[in-house]
Write a protein that binds this ligand. Structure first.
Ligand code: GDP
Length: 433
């Protein structure tokens, strides 16, 4: 199996990240300080591909001393790994030690995925963007603690790792698309799952010869096989008295992390709630393609429908770009619209705009609608590039600070021009001095 090494200074969150990658629930048992551990290797799987992860986290407490330990990790990684995840604490930024490791890694020529860790809040995005300065390409904003961004980072890792000997999982190239069915309790997740699964449901164990919970289910819909992830939590309706919301939200986060597309169910028989919005925010923050399914449509009378439309306008304005389907898990109404909506969302999520087209568009936009003048100066967007997909990520270079209102305007125009239905898009702006 290909080998991935996780490297970084002490306390940047390597062990937490390794736990995320290998899907381990328990906290790492810390060895006593000063005790030298052997290197630890785990097996991990992502998107149907398996690889080995070398945890160098324990080396932090080596008797070697800090710098020696970091250097040793880097050297080890260079010698034995096929690819390296280099973890940087985005709240601290790039330190001299980080720069030194970058030099070592560069010289070795192994593919490096840059993990900007501890991006826990909104403000963290900017910190992550600052790490472009390391010259290792795009920093992947991650919160190892909460799981945010680890899926995207792992996608990049898979691109960097050499193909393992042939895997036979999945029915299509890259495996079936992964869907998370999410929503607050009683919106009808389990009913919808049963409806779409119908008689077609196949429960497949990913690893031959083992019996497992039907955590992920393969379901054929619209002529294709889809993987509904983490369905055990939907089917087994555990009712916990205390902390039920907490566990429900953990489950949602885990499902979202594993998925490519989130289908959020809303119960139209009730008002759209803060909890609905929180769930949507989770999916958007995780950068997943998004479809909103308004369930229990069979219960709507004219009055409720009137208010629902108002609620959608006010409460769901931030995801006006998400495809909507009005369904009833009970009657089966409009079930066939689910797949086209999912496909639209995936398409937007994977769209790549060629740099030439993007800059032609930006040039026209800036000429027609310049940024307001501030302090006698006019900040301008100079050029841009799409740094990634799934979801689309843009980096714009500007001559001065670009205000939030103008950023929103640019996003709106980008969406009008290039589509992006069903996907969040990320825009970061770098000011060139
Ligand atoms: P979950 O907690 O999200 O999995 O929700 P369930 O699937 O268990 O559904 C909760 C309740 O809503 C059950 O009583 C279902 O029968 C009901 N329900 C689900 N979908 C619909 C629907 O489309 N129409 C109506 N009228 N009831 C529904």
């Amino acid at each position: 199996l290909p080998v991935l090494a996780v490297v970084g200074r002490p306390n940047v969150g390597k062990s937490t990240l390794v736990n995320r990658i290998i899907g381990r629930r328990e906290a790492v048992v810390q060895d006593k300080p000063g005790v030298t551990r052997d290197r630890v290797t785990y097996e991990a799987e992502w998107a149907g591909r398996r690889f080995k992860v070398v945890d160098t986290g324990g080396w932090e407490q080596d008797v070697l001393g800090l710098d020696a330990s970091v250097a040793a990790q880097a050297e080890f990684a260079i010698e034995t790994a096929d690819a390296v995840v280099f973890v940087v604490d985005s709240t601290v930024g790039a330190t001299d030690t980080d720069e030194a490791v970058v030099k070592l890694l560069r010289r070795a020529g192994k593919p490096v995925v840059l993990c900007a860790n501890k991006v826990d809040g909104q403000s963290g995005e900017a910190d992550a963007t600052a790490l472009w300065s390391l010259g290792l390409g795009e920093p992947h904003p991650v919160s190892s603690l909460h799981g945010r961004g680890t899926g995207d980072m792992l996608d990049a890792v898979l691109e960097a790792l050499p193909e393992a000997p042939k895997q036979t999982f999945g029915t299509t190239v890259g495996g079936p698309r992964r869907i998370a069915l999410i929503g607050r309790p009683n919106v009808g997740k389990s009913s919808l799952l049963n409806k779409v699964a119908g008689e077609e449901r196949v429960v497949v164990n990913e690893i031959a010869g083992t019996t497992r919970d039907p955590v992920d289910e393969l379901i054929e819909l619209g002529g294709k096989v889809w993987k509904f992830v983490d369905t055990a939590g939907i089917r087994r309706r555990v009712h916990l008295q205390e902390g039920a919301d907490y566990y429900a939200s953990l489950r949602t986060a885990a499902a979202v992390e594993k998925a490519e597309v989130a289908v959020v169910l809303i119960d139209t028989s009730e008002s759209i709630s803060v909890q609905d919005q929180r769930i949507i925010t989770m999916a958007v923050d995780a950068g997943r393609a998004l479809v909103v399914a308004f369930n229990k449509w069979d219960t709507l009378d004219e009055e409720r429908r009137y208010y629902l439309e108002r609620e959608i306008e006010t409460e769901l304005a931030q995801i006006a770009w998400a495809p909507r389907v009005n369904v009833s898990a009970r009657t089966g109404r409009h079930m066939e619209r689910l797949v086209p909506a999912i496909e639209t969302a995936i398409q937007g999520w994977e769209t790549r705009v060629p740099t030439g087209r993007l800059n032609a568009f930006l040039g026209e936009l800036v000429a027609g609608h310049p940024h307001p003048i501030r302090g006698g100066k006019q900040p301008r967007i100079l050029f841009g590039t799409q740094a990634g997909t799934r979801p689309p990520r843009f980096v714009l270079f500007a001559s001065g600070f670009i205000e939030a209102g103008y950023r929103r305007f640019v996003e709106r125009r980008l969406r009008e021009e290039f589509g992006f239905d069903g996907t969040p898009i990320h825009i970061s702006v770098r000011v060139r001095e």
